[in-house]
Design a protein around this ligand. Structure first.
Ligand code: GDP
Ligand code: IMO
Ligand code: MG
Length: 428
């Protein structure tokens, strides 16, 4: 058996959580492979709303195994909060969840370093989620990290203290102080003890054994391709590989074990934090998209920047990820727009038309070239099947499929689980 991967093609918040939940009944295992509590994946069903950060979005269906893979960075304190909240809402989280031993841990000082790094960057700050993501992955790559497996060993406290002391020195170098550390530390140690009560496994072995037994695995991406540390709008990116290849390294799954790749995108585009965004709207239209789409961060509550769909960036993301099927979200947000724009190319400084992603999409380097399409002026939120789609919406879908050379097989027309249209062309 192969694993299927579902991941974001834009700057995150495409609606990954919702669709993973919808697809979970078709799978035996759901696995997160990168990122950490910088993610905020929203699910809505039975008039209730849940936001997941580190825990996979397959925990609300029945009986699937959910794995947090080794490519994820985990904050014990935030994990404990998230897991306890799920327990309170009736999810048997201990039964549903397994954690890979090779997961890297976010220390309290990683979060302090994240804040200090941002402060030191001044106007050039990334606008991170402040969850310590960058410093934790930095420690992983520089071979200084603490892993979940370490918590099970006798020398854990000594290792923790060495890491903490190194971080304190780094903080001093940045002109910052580790205030309230004793309090943060006590809470963190308590959360580590809580973490140790979960099923901690050799994740790579577990998944490969499951594949041998023909179990079906869905890998859940976090962030989006334009936030990938290699292929995103560097340096305004996150610190992990958010692309399909990240599922291989983050779970221990070989490249030839990748099956379908579901690329998910919004019918328009958003971004949180700093960095280039060629199709961003600064006018009333952008504000209207933000209001109608409730475009505020699930984790930080920050306003999301809004703009039209960018097909140059989407084509690039489809190529990098080997996307086999597309999933379009939030089409309903555009219901009332008389016309809709799509960026089909960029113009560079010399007036050349670019249809491939250039090295830099910084402001001043390129300007977007738009086409304008008719809107559908219909409430899509009540639509139950594709034969009820208005003509203009069908034309928009056909236009995107032609431009992107990939079928759109699932459409979302509202935040609820039920507001999802799986087309006949969907393959799983
Ligand atoms: P994720 O990080 O990719 O899981 O996405 P987020 O949860 O951060 O953001 C997506 C937001 O859009 C959430 O508030 C969802 O409830 C909401 N949402 C998802 N699909 C749709 C849709 O089709 N229509 C509308 N109006 N909202 C949606
Ligand atoms: P989900 O999984 C949207 C952004 C931050 C910042 C940059 C780096 O919900 O789609 P980090 O804290 O990772 O060092 O921040 O990446 N970012 C996200 N934007 N959705 C996310 O996750 C994000 N995770 C990080 O806003 O610009
Ligand atoms: Mg999100």
């Amino acid at each position: 058996m192969k694993v299927d991967v579902l991941l974001g093609l834009q700057w995150g918040d495409e609606g990954k959580g919702k669709v993973v939940d919808v697809l979970t009944p078709r799978y035996d295992i759901v696995a997160r492979f990168q990122g950490g509590p910088n993610a905020g994946h929203t699910l809505e069903f039975d008039n209730k709303k849940y936001v997941l950060r580190s825990i996979p979005s397959g925990v609300f269906q029945n009986g699937q195994v959910n794995i947090v893979g080794n490519g994820v960075v985990l904050d014990p304190v935030l994990f404990m909060e998230e897991a306890k909240a799920l327990e309170e809402s009736g999810v048997d989280i201990r039964k549903a969840l397994k954690l890979a031993k090779k997961i890297h841990l976010i220390l309290p000082t990683h979060r302090l370093l994240d804040a200090a790094n941002e402060k030191a960057k001044g106007g050039a700050k990334i606008g991170t989620t402040g969850k310590g993501i960058g410093p934790t992955y930095t420690d992983k790559i520089s071979r200084n990290g603490l892993r979940l497996g370490n918590t099970l060993m006798d020398d854990f406290t000594a290792r923790y203290e060495a890491a903490r002391d190194r971080h304190i020195t780094m903080l001093k170098g940045l002109g910052a102080e580790a205030t309230n550390l004793a309090e943060l530390e006590a809470k963190w140690m308590e959360a580590v003890d809580y973490l140790k009560t979960y099923d901690i496994i050799d994740g790579e072995q577990f998944i490969n054994d499951a594949l041998k037994q023909d179990k079906r695995v869905l890998c859940e991406g976090a962030q989006g391709t334009m936030l990938d540390v290699d292929y995103g709008s560097y340096p305004f990116v996150t610190s992990s590989n958010t692309i399909t290849a990240g599922a291989c390294s983050g779970l221990g799954v070989a490249p030839n074990k990748i099956g379908d790749v579901y690329g998910i995108f919004k019918a328009y585009c958003t971004r949180v934090g700093s960095g280039p965004f060629p199709t961003e709207l600064f006018d009333e239209t952008g504000k209207k998209i933000r209001d109608l789409g409730h475009e505020y961060g699930a984790v930080t509550g920050r306003e999301r920047r809004c703009g039209w769909i960018d097909l140059v960036a989407l084509k690039y993301a489809i190529m990098i990820n080997g996307v086999t099927q597309l999933i379009m979200m939030k089409s309903d947000v555009l219901d009332g727009f008389p016309t809709i724009k799509a960026c089909v190319a960029y113009k560079d400084k010399n007036g050349n038309t670019l249809t491939h992603m250039p090295y830099s999409i910084d402001e001043g380097e390129i300007t977007p070239v738009f086409v304008e399409l008719p809107g559908w002026n219909t409430d899509l939120t009540k639509v139950k099947s594709e034969d009820q789609f208005p003509k203009e919406f069908k034309d928009y879908i056909a236009f995107l499929e032609k431009e992107l050379e990939t079928p759109i097989t699932i459409l979302s027309v509202g935040p609820d689980r039920e507001q999802t249209i799986v087309r006949d062309s969907f393959k799983s």
